[in-house]
Design a protein around this ligand. Structure first.
Ligand SMILES: CC(C)(COP(=O)(O)OP(=O)(O)OC[C@H]1O[C@@H](n2cnc3c(N)ncnc32)[C@H](O)[C@@H]1OP(=O)(O)O)[C@@H](O)C(=O)NCCC(=O)NCCS
Length: 177
């Protein structure tokens, strides 16, 4: 995906954050891992795992960088996904804790989805923990709908396992998505 500028708007306080999005590659694995760790703590992925995922054909990642900064100096969000045939899958999405509710997550996800659609994706699927209200709200806003559940799917770093919701966004469904 090409580098482009975006002005992200959102948040209850309606703070606007200027972010630039760019494709991320295996060389960015450390940066991606740092963002992932900051968002997921003990369940965060390490750079080696991320580099391995990125080496799988069809896997893409994007970084959000605060506008005006050097390309790798101030990363504030990341998304990873994989396109297999006409199915796109969101592997992960994370925004730096201090910069949430400013539209960065939506921008990242929308950009990755748009790229997958251009490459032939007919739908995008993902899994999200049932107790992750922030992520579920974002996904519903981007017209993802719950299509199933995986019981007790998330256990790492938790006192008790939590179900995963399977959500899907259908392109060209005639519902405006
Ligand atoms: C989920 C996450 C990526 C959202 O990123 P973000 O940049 O804060 O999201 P946005 O600012 O684009 O939010 C877009 C909309 O989603 C919804 N939303 C986002 N965070 C929310 C929250 N904490 N509570 C309720 N709604 C929320 C709102 O509708 C919001 O629009 P609004 O701010 O105008 O009301 C971020 O909270 C995060 O990194 N969480 C930890 C990692 C994670 O859970 N990733 C998802 C794994 S499946």
């Amino acid at each position: 995906m090409n580098e482009h500028s975006a002005t992200a708007a959102g948040g209850t306080a309606k703070v606007r954050e200027k972010v630039r999005l760019r494709a991320a590659r295996e060389a960015d694995a450390e940066v991606l891992a740092a963002l992932h760790r900051a968002a997921f703590g003990a369940a965060g992925w390490d750079a080696e795992s991320i580099a391995k995922m990125l080496s799988v054909p069809g896997t893409e990642a994007m970084l959000a960088l605060r506008a005006g900064e050097e390309a790798r100096s101030d990363p504030c969000g990341m998304v990873m996904g994989r396109l297999l045939g006409t199915d796109g899958e969101i592997l992960t999405l994370a925004v730096a804790p201090g910069l949430r509710r400013r539209g960065i997550g939506s921008r990242l996800l929308s950009a990755l989805m748009a790229g997958m659609a251009m490459q032939g994706a007919e739908r995008i699927i993902l899994e999200v923990a049932q107790d992750n209200a922030a992520a579920i709200a974002l996904y519903e806003r981007l017209r993802f709908q719950v299509m199933g559940k995986r019981p007790k799917y998330y256990a790492k770093g938790r006192k008790a396992p939590v179900d995963a919701l399977l959500m899907a966004h259908q392109f060209n469904c005639g519902c405006g998505g």
